[in-house]
Design a binder for this molecule. Structure first.
Ligand code: NAG
Ligand code: NAG
Ligand code: NAG
Ligand code: NAG
Ligand code: NAG
Ligand code: ZN
Length: 275
């Protein structure tokens, strides 16, 4: 069994090396996510650090995401989080290979600092970050009290240089009414329709914030990308409120999604909710 697994991993890494040497397709501004949708498998996330030397942090990092969250960790009292999103943002709506996604870059060559912005403080320094993209994982990456939501929306924010700096996470579950955020979106694109996208799709990102009371309560910690290369130096905010969608909306999301939750990581130097 062990031998079989390691041979399978070896085969996978060899095919990566030959078929797909470049990590180019962008999830955030300056991010590196695999060009091929099935470049790495979430089912084997414990082994990512061994698949590619560039992904070593997935194995050795001290601030890897996601981590299990609990109410007795308290909610953040030390950090502010404020938004300055316009009511209309336009981006490239597509499927990132694991579920629905939108990238807000590249329209008319506009720069990072023209994107919707948010502000937070870390070590008493105010930082402004810019909404580069969003994507959905199913099931959720973060569990709370051991409970895992059906999906999780990640709002990926970059600094003014275009480097990923903060991810704002919103858990999604079925409730008893539909979500205005999802209602405004065009029909979802299936994950196996490679390359298909709807450029210049307009959406109101404030609807997503409003549905969870604009991150009125959250956990925050020092973390990483939840996919290779597992880059650290990101600040995470996980909203306490859950975004509720109708059963039909939940099924629409799940229909075009595939398993995309990384195994939870040990809490180490994450400084959960501390300054
Ligand atoms: C967005 O719309 C809301 C309600 O419709 C309004 O209160 C708010 O001022 C608008 N924000 C901007 C930036 O236009
Ligand atoms: C950072 O900016 C926010 C929003 O303008 C403000 O509420 C907060 O007090 C500022 N924090 C610091 C430490 O300057
Ligand atoms: C990406 O990051 C590098 C290094 O920080 C920076 O020089 C470059 O301008 C960034 N690219 C974009 C598109 O912002
Ligand atoms: C992939 O898409 C094709 C048509 O675009 C469809 O017939 C097929 O069932 C899909 N496969 C999966 C696994 O969703
Ligand atoms: C995107 O859509 C807006 C409004 O719908 C339009 O004004 C703009 O020209 C479009 N841009 C591109 C590149 O198609
Ligand atoms: Zn994500």
């Amino acid at each position: 069994m062990a031998l079989f697994t390691s041979l399978r991993l070896l085969a996978l890494s060899l095919s990566l090396a030959s078929a797909c040497p470049q990590l180019q397709k962008r999830q955030g501004v300056n991010s590196t996510v695999p060009e091929e949708n099935r470049f790495f498998a979430y089912q084997e996330s414990d082994d990512w650090g061994r698949l590619n030397p560039a992904w070593e942090l997935c194995q050795t990092g001290t601030q890897q995401s996601p981590i299990p969250l609990r109410l007795d960790q308290g909610l953040s009292r030390f950090h502010t989080l404020e938004f300055n999103y316009p009511n209309t943002s336009s981006g490239d709506f597509h499927n990132w290979g694991y579920g629905p996604a939108t990238t807000f870059l590249g329209e008319n060559g506009a720069g990072v600092t023209s994107l919707p912005s948010a502000q937070f403080d870390e070590n008493n320094v105010n930082e402004t970050v810019y909404l580069a993209s969003w994507h959905i994982h199913a099931p959720a990456d973060h569990s709370v009290q051991g409970d895992r939501s059906k999906a999780e929306l990640h709002l990926v924010h970059a600094d003014a240089q275009g480097n990923e700096r903060a991810v704002l996470a919103i858990r999604i579950d079925p409730g008893n009414s539909d979500s205005g955020f999802f209602r405004q979106l065009p029909a979802f694109i299936g994950f196996n329709s490679t390359g298909e996208s709807r450029p210049n799709t307009s959406m109101n990102m404030n609807l997503a914030l409003d549905e969870i009371d604009r991150f009125s309560d959250f956990w925050t910690y020092r973390g990483s990308l939840t996919s290779p290369p597992c880059t650290e130096g990101l600040r995470w905010f996980v909203a306490r409120n859950i975004m509720f969608v109708s059963d039909e909306q939940m099924q629409d999301i799940l229909r075009v999604s595939t398993f995309s939750a990384r195994a939870e990581q040990e809490v180490w130097r994450h400084d959960i909710n501390s300054d």
